[in-house]
Design a protein around this ligand. Sequence first.
Ligand code: SF4
Length: 155
Amino acid sequence: MAGTVCAGRYFTATTGRKQRRGLRYLLLPTLPTTALCPATRASAEIISSTGNIFSCSEYPLVPEAERSLPLAHIDDADLPVFRPEGPFDDWNDTVEAGKTWCRSCPLLPTCGGSCPKLWSEGQPPCPSYKHNFEGRFDLAAARQGMTVAAEPVAA
Ligand code: SF4
């Protein structure tokens, strides 16, 4: 994870410079995530301009996905009320089973596990703040005028 550490230090250094120059940016999440990825809910669907119905927004208009991954088509005669089962409808069970890092992650309430598709492809989609939270807190504290306390003098 050396790259992660470097990324965190790089973030803290560059963002600290931005902060000293008075530029504004979002340091920490301010709200819990309001909804999981729609691909995890049968009540959400995406209709491609081709008429294909998908659960995941990464599939429409991708030639291979349009050929092999549609769940249904709007011209299908017997479309159910909710779209047919998609590849990520079992996301909550996947998290509960510990198949990702999310179950024990303290950031789950703000992240929701991010992208089930990327997890399924072996690419953990953790947001950057997972890797540099301490640096972000330091910068947030500096914004409030806080400084690091001096070490107590040994007796
Ligand atoms: S930060 Fe990563 S491990 Fe944590 S909940 Fe989000 S995707 Fe899962």
